[in-house]
Design a protein around this ligand. Sequence first.
Ligand code: ADP
Length: 266
Amino acid sequence: MLSSTKKNNFLSMATHELRTPVTVIKGYHRILLDDRLGKLLPEQRKVLMESEENCNRLIKIINSLLNLSRIETGKLELVYEENDFSDNAREVTQSLKVNLDRKELSIVLSLETGIPKFKYDREKVTQVLTNLLENSIKYTPQGGRIYLLAEPYFWERRNPFNPGVADNKRTGKSSLGLMSQAPFNAVRVEVSDTGIGVSPQHRQEIFEEFTQVAAGQSNKSGLGLGLAIAKRIIEAHGGKIWVESQVNVGSKFVFLLPFSPMDSSL
Ligand code: ADP
């Protein structure tokens, strides 16, 4: 049995070693696809594009493993910079347009005004948003609908965590419709879909490493790492992530990202 340090070192070294040749292969694909070594026939282009797509999948898996090993060894460093969250969300959605179109899925973007610019690690949060949206695409049947909502939010973190209670506070209004005096201190993000859903007994489990629970999972690609990494990234920012769902109706992944993770008043 390998000790956990040895296992992490192995994971880190193996993924680094794998990344270099795959990146080189991807580079050669690009040279060919850009017709830099002669014009390609349509059939040749088709095969190469498929091959490039598989390289991209491999790179994604390698990056997930690399991220996991960084997290396990406490080397996940966040780069805090002031960012426009709505802009970020729009960009991620745009980057997934091809995947959405391929499955004839429509997306509804609802980005409320009033989310101020705040400091967070844009690359890592982009990874979380991409993972949640890619999962929605993966687990929603053809013709379904995906929603991405972001809104400013008052998060009363002194209370024991309870998403249901937190929900009342999301627009700054109490359940009686009275305006709360508390200023918004976080962004609340929902990625929901009309897909297969997650059963109650699996709602915690899916945030653990290497867990895949969806019915017919053997046909689905992935390592069961995306949500585990997403959870670590959100929690490293001082946030929270959870899922609400009804089997065969859909899933709603929600996360809260504080404007200031160091704010002691939270
Ligand atoms: P992967 O998608 O690579 O398997 P994730 O960690 O992203 O890994 O997800 C873990 C598991 O959670 C998935 O394998 C699937 O069983 C379940 N899951 C995630 N997102 C959804 C979703 N939107 N709808 C239904 N099930 C989901």
